[in-house]
Design a protein around this ligand. Sequence first.
Ligand code: ZN
Length: 198
Amino acid sequence: MTLEIRKYGDPVLRAKGARVTVDEKVRKLADDMLETMHAANGVGLAAQQIGQALQLTVVDVAAVEDRPSTLRIDGREVDVRQAMPLILLNPEIKLDESEIVTGVEGCLSFPEISAEIDRSHAVVVNADTLDGKRVQLEATGLLARALQHEIDHLNGILFIDRMSSGVKASLASKLKRMQKETQQAFGKRQKLPRAFAL
Ligand code: ZN
C-alpha cells in the first residue's frame, strides 16, 4: 500500500522519532514505506515522511548508476545493488569528517527543490534490522549521502537545515509557498509553530 508523503510545513517532519521494536505493525509499515518510496522514484524515505515519528527508514540506491556507492556490512564488502533495499531501525550514525563532498540532493517532502549540500563522503551506521539483529554499515558515496539525509529526518532535521545560507535565501519564497500550501491542506486546526518561519 502506498502512503501519503508529508510535505514541508507538516509538523511531523520536525518530530524526533521514537525507538521502534520489531513487530507485525513495523514490518507492514516498512513494507508500505518501500512501496511508497519506489512509487515516488525516491532513493530513501523516513517514517516522518509518511506521518510517523519513528526511528525507521528505508533506502534503495540500486537504480542510480551515475553516482557510485560502496557498502560493508559487519566489515564485509557487499554488492551495493544486491544489498538493497535497506530497512533500518534505530540507526546511529558516525560521520567521517575527513572528506566532505558537495552533491545535489532532493527530498520527497520538498517536491520542487534540489540543492547542493555538503556531506561526509563516508559514514558508519549501526542499526537494527527486521530480523532483530544489530548490524554495522560502512558506506561511501551516494549511499552515505542517502543515509545522512534519512537519519537526519529521523531526528527532525531537514536538508534545508544543511544548505548554505545563500542557497536557502534563494529558495525562501518557494519554501514559504510550500509551507503555506501544506498548512492550507491541513486546514486551520493546526497553526505551525514559530520555529518553522524562515
Ligand atoms: Zn528527505
